[in-house]
Write a protein that binds this ligand. Structure first.
Ligand code: NAD
Length: 294
């Protein structure tokens, strides 16, 4: 049994922490939102009063926060949490953040004798609940080996992308593609519906044809086509438009830094930006369909 501090209990962190508790691990949990802590407390986790309180006596620290700013504030700046974690502790940072940010925090952690890996995830809230996430890891192979038993509880596929920050680079590439695929799928479904097709019938055709992709298989954006996806729940839960916009922004920054051409990623970023400005930032990213439908 490992003593784990889990910080950040939102759409993803909450079910991930639940799975660790179910597997018999001792969790101390913290989030800025008290209701999130309460739900884990009911599942058997120990509530903490602060992030510092949570990492007391932890063998492993796991964080699942929104963006680079939150991660840097927590570990380096506002909370300076690295100062409160015992040397030798393994830190598993699962948020999707800028590779540069991940490297900065990992470097600071190493200077304090801590072991840190970036381990962003893919698979959405469904994967987090089912414990079938994909972990895309950057950091030392030995640290990944030590993290493996815990990652296996929360996920199904575990990849080692390279050194610190490499997990984030791979994750950003994946999400840029996902943003493009979701917008493209929405565009195709809206075109078919405008020309008289039933979106469910068209979705089945695409899912069995060459336009098939993750969104037509598991995360259809058209309401009612699939049960239990955000599109069938008024785009509630899931992966927020503003989080997708953040990831497409990270892709754009990485492209500028390396003089790479990402025209489709940039177009998708503009679409999600427009959608967010129209008041949909809090909805699941599959709601991008509404840009084409309305
Ligand atoms: P979320 O906004 O639902 O959850 C983030 C949580 O972090 C919130 O509960 C917030 O209160 C908490 N938090 C923020 N700052 C904190 C601090 N200083 N101390 C303690 N708690 C703090 O976000 P999410 O959907 O769970 O996503 C988390 C990360 O995972 C993001 O980086 C996102 O890009 C990535 N991600 C999300 C999905 C998805 O489908 N939602 C899929 C893959 C990856």
């Amino acid at each position: 049994m490992t003593q784990i501090a889990f910080i950040g209990l939102g759409h993803m962190g909450r079910p991930m922490a639940h799975n660790l508790v179910k597997a018999g691990h001792q969790l101390t949990v913290f989030d800025l939102v008290p209701e999130a802590i309460e739900s884990l407390k009911q599942a058997g986790a120990q509530p903490a009063l602060s992030a510092k309180d949570a990492v007391n006596n932890a063998d492993v620290v796991i964080t699942m926060l929104p963006a680079s700013r939150h991660v840097e504030d927590l570990y380096l700046d506002e909370d300076a949490l690295l100062d409160s974690i015992q040397p030798g502790t393994l830190v598993i940072e699962c948020s999707t953040i800028a590779p540069e940010s991940a490297r900065r925090v990992a470097q600071a952690a190493a200077e304090k004798g801590l072991r840190m890996i970036d381990a962003p995830v893919s698979g959405g809230t469904g994967g987090a609940i089912a414990g079938t996430l994909t972990f895309i890891v950057g950091g030392a192979a030995k640290d990944l080996e030590d993290a493996h038993p815990l990652l296996e509880i929360m996920g199904k596929n575990i990849f080692h992308a390279g050194e610190a920050g490499a997990g984030q680079v791979a994750k950003i590439c994946n999400n840029m593609l996902l943003g493009v695929l979701m917008a493209g799928t929405s565009e195709a479904l809206a075109l078919g519906a405008a020309n008289g097709l039933d979106p469910k019938v068209l979705s089945d055709i695409i899912a069995g044809s060459s336009g098939r992709n993750w969104t037509t298989e598991l995360y259809n954006p058209w309401p009612g086509v699939m049960p239990d996806v955000p599109a069938s729940k008024d785009y509630d839960g899931g992966f927020g438009v503003d989080l997708m916009l953040k990831d497409l922004g990270l892709a754009a920054e990485s492209a500028v830094a390396t003089r790479s051409s990402t025209p489709l990623g940039e177009l998708a970023r503009n679409l999600y930006s427009l959608h967010s400005k129209q008041g949909s930032g809090h909805l699941d990213f599959s709601s991008i369909l509404n840009l084409y439908r309305k």
